[in-house]
Design a protein. Sequence first.
Length: 343
Amino acid sequence: MNLADNLEDLRARFEDALKNSAGASSLDAVRVAFLGRSGEVTAVRRSIGKLPPAERPAAGQRINEAVEQMERALNEAQANAQALEVGASLSQRIDVTFPSIKPQQGSIHPMKRVMHDVCAYFERHGFAVVVGPEIEPDYYNFDALNIPPDHPAREGFDSFFLTPNLLLRPHTSPMQIRTMQQHRPPVAVVVPGTCYRRDAVDARHLFQFNQCEGLLIDEGVHMGHLKGMLTGMCREIFGSEQQVRFRPSYFPFTEPSAEVDTTCPLCRGAGGECRMCGGSGWIELGGAGMVHPNVLRNVEYDPDVYSGWAFGFGVERMALVRYDVDDIRRFFENDHAFLEQLA
Ligand code: PHE
């Protein structure tokens, strides 16, 4: 046999051996038998010596090419065999139908989400978000807001006093005063923040809660602007089916004043024995109104030139409505099962 036939024969037997070998270890045996130091290829290489010198380089090159091909085929077969073996061993140990362990994942608290969305709505309309202290002197909580010391409205804000003159703010309205003291009109701010009241806790009341305050002061601002902005906000937060109503009310720092109600999330307006809304079918979100001229005077704004509106809404109240929750206390219990449902 000449060299070419020899190589052809070798390759055929190599391919057979490859086909018939099962698993990485028998592939190793094929490698030794063909490519090993005393394997078949070495024997063929030796036969080069019998060729006339002129033919030897070309013959050597043909052998090298054949060896390269065989090595490539072997490596590929070995990689395949390895992958198969790994797969087989895994499928014995891993039952992919077994329920997995859910990864722990945090999420934004529903109250914070509402707070964020309220701020985002007003920011989009050109308002700035500002925050203020939770401990305030009497002056910012009451006096500057047109509630003098003997005013009965003080009782409505059952406050936690730290000293005779310092208290945990019962509302975010002090920031109306601080903002107007710092800026000349026009002013447009929204104030998210925590407030405190000595309220008895029930399905609608907490002693620690959050408000979003809004304040707009400029020339020619009227109640229609207030209604439009608040209705727009409620639509955005609750969806367009939710009803909003403005009910005449009283606050010393606004005139006229309104309380803003929305359809009760529990009875959906049916009323009856509903423990959420007490049967009215409505739930109060907060107060609003046109900033009282006395308040404007207190910050040296001229009430003959400027007018404005303000509102203060309970954020947990809004979250109650948005997420169809039956009790405001759930927002403070930090029960994971509850929070995960709303995540
Ligand atoms: N500060 C009032 C409250 O907490 C709400 C309010 C804010 C009313 C602004 C009118 C204007 O009850």
